[in-house]
Design a protein around this ligand. Structure first.
Ligand code: OXD
Ligand code: MN
Length: 590
């Protein structure tokens, strides 16, 4: 909302605080030029043309993928680096055992040495951005300084970037400062530092995704989770989806799953033909900011404006909306190429790769054509199921919160927490098999409370207490669930078809919220009986359904004992109410 006074001003004149900071960074980093981002389409086109000209981007087949480009990252820079990601609070305990910690003075000193003169032959870009609808009181702003034009074009898709954001910063007088340089892409000189007490981020040595697009994980989760605690709301690793039932009632559900567990697919779910009359609307696919509303409900906005999604596996059966969405005006990173210059990835049922993600002739002996963490960056407006309420300033009201993980066994298809306090325990107990979204071993089960292990900007003990406080203040709290789409049988086969069929589970939750359907009491919470699920047209045997809804007390006693041991790390920061809930569950299991 540009005001007349602002409209004609050059950007550096809008906010003294931003300009002072840019000047101090210029002195430190010594760029050849400075460029402030207006956020216009013409500017995005010009930058893209520049990157195409320099060979950093490759244009894709214009007939089948109009307006699409390919970017190849350095082969040693392909995922988030959790082991090099730090929370730098004055007290180590405030960062908690869930984070790597460094003293802020030491971190600043190290980073200053890395940043000194690092932009000498480069342009410094200033990207003012707003996380959330530009006119929403729930949104928060930041400014990223970077020397990577690839980061700029990503940020212009993923956030509301440019003049309007800077005008808002000028009005509000506060913003998150994010300083980024790709450095030399040396993994030995790579750090992603967060200073929640200063609302600032310093990232050096990576140009990839969450390490470099500072609005996303660094701001909208790590720094925002800290901000949210002091302001009474929640910043969560959750998709937001609107589900309209055949009667025309829409319920919004927010779901927290670890990275690469299908959040984007669930957010864009296509109802199966055997469930006619349902419609699904995407509000967000990765991050939700949840604010208590005056009506006692929880209201959510998606702070992002685009999707930075995992490409492999995307096809018309797994996610038709995403498949259609990424066929134009999309930036691909680290996918393979076909002979006629179309992007190619594993799980795409058509075409064949001739070039792999590193630009080499494709040879299956060298691994997949597309990197398992290859990504698309695309505007949310390209999503055929984009919700008409995704831009609402007040957000959307949340009926249910869902936690989940990727578990071969133990966790049933779905269960419901008894109340909010029990729901916090359920969320805290999430564990999941790791994926390629972060550097490290893939497929090992790790604790990932609320799917926030890599993203919570402070001590989990304090975070769970904050969750309890937020719930205690809600007159009409959402119900809380846990799901597991990834249960397998003894032969290792998935028991549940997933994808569109997940709507059957979500529909049970909505009916629970409306008081229309039953459940059976189990030690861990409430589960649907087979007859409570809408199984019309579902191709799953009765035995498989029974296995999916089974709770094995022996496995669960072991699970809960491991969880108790894990919680021990949080010592006296652990909320007593959470321990009480754990005791209740233990007693029920014995
Ligand atoms: C992501 C992640 O990129 O969670 O969304 O890793
Ligand atoms: Mn994510």
């Amino acid at each position: 909302m540009a005001t007349a006074a602002y409209t004609m001003s050059p950007l550096p004149q809008l906010s003294r605080a931003v300009t002072d900071w840019v000047n101090s960074v210029r002195e430190l980093t010594q760029p050849r030029a400075i460029r402030w981002c207006e956020g216009t389409e013409a500017e995005a086109r010009e930058l893209t043309a520049q990157l195409l000209g320099s060979g950093e981007l490759t244009a894709l087949n214009e007939q089948y993928f109009p307006g699409c480009q390919l970017y190849r990252s350095a082969p040693n820079d392909v995922a988030r680096v959790e082991h090099l990601t730090y929370i730098c609070t004055r007290s180590q305990e405030d960062a908690g055992p869930n984070n790597h910690w460094m003293d802020p003075r030491e971190a600043h000193a190290r980073m200053r040495e890395l940043f000194r003169g690092c932009m000498r032959e480069r342009t410094l870009y200033v990207i003012p951005y707003c996380m959330g609808p530009i006119d929403s009181p729930l949104s928060r702003c930041g400014v990223e300084i970077t020397d990577s034009p690839y980061v700029v074009i990503n940020m212009m898709i993923m956030t509301r970037a440019g003049r309007a954001a800077l005008e808002r910063i000028a009005r509000e007088g506060r913003f998150v400062r994010g300083l980024h340089s790709t450095g030399e892409l040396d993994p030995e000189r790579r750090f992603i530092m967060h200073f929640p007490e200063e609302l600032s981020i310093e990232s050096f040595g990576s140009g990839y995704g969450g390490n470099a697009l500072l609005g996303k994980k660094c701001h909208a989760l790590r720094i925002a989770s800290w901000q949210a605690r002091s302001e009474g709301w929640l910043a969560e690793h959750m998709l937001i989806v609107g589900l309209q039932n055949p009667k025309g009632e829409t319920h919004y559900v927010a779901c927290a799953f670890p990275s690469a567990c299908g959040k984007t697919n669930l957010a864009m779910l296509i109802p199966p033909a055997s469930l006619p009359g349902w419609r699904v609307f995407t509000v967000g696919d990765d991050i939700a900011w949840l604010h208590p509303g005056a009506d006692g409900r929880l209201w959510a906005i998606n702070p992002e404006a685009g999707y930075f999604g995992v490409v492999p596996g995307t096809n018309p059966e797994t996610n038709r909306n995403a498949y259609e969405m990424i066929r134009r005006d999309t930036l691909f990173t680290n996918v393979g190429l076909t002979a006629d210059n179309q992007p190619w990835w594993e799980g795409l049922k058509t075409g064949a790769p001739v070039v792999d993600w590193q630009g080499r002739p494709y040879d299956p002996a060298r691994g997949p054509a597309a990197h398992p963490n290859s990504r698309f960056t695309v505007s949310a407006k390209r999503n055929p199921s984009y919700s008409p309420h995704a831009e609402d300033a007040r957000g959307v009201p949340i009926s249910a919160l869902v936690f989940g993980g990727r578990r071969r066994e133990v966790a049933p298809l779905v269960y419901e927490a008894r109340d909010w306090q029990h729901g916090v325990l359920v969320g805290a107990s999430v564990a999941s098999e790791t994926t390629a979204a972060a550097v490290g071993q893939v497929g090992v089960t790790r604790r990932d409370p609320m799917a926030m292990q890599p993203f919570c900007g402070y001590n989990f003990g304090d975070y769970w207490q904050h969750w309890l406080n937020v719930g205690a203040g809600l007159a009409r709290p959402p119900r809380i669930y846990h799901v597991n789409w990834f249960r397998r049988d003894a032969q290792g086969r998935f028991l549940w078809p997933g994808f569109g069929e997940n709507l059957r589970v979500l529909s049970w939750m909505i009916d629970r919220c409306n008081g229309k359907v039953g459940a059976s009491e189990a030690a861990i919470g409430r589960l649907p009986r087979v007859e409570d699920l809408d199984t019309r047209g579902l191709d799953v045997t009765q035995e498989a359904l029974a296995a999916l809804l089974a709770v094995d007390p022996t496995l669960w006693r072991k699970e809960v004992a491991e969880f108790r041991e894990y919680l021990g790390k949080y010592g006296n920061r652990l909320p007593p109410a959470l321990l009480q809930e754990l005791q209740t569950t233990e007693a029920r299991l014995h």
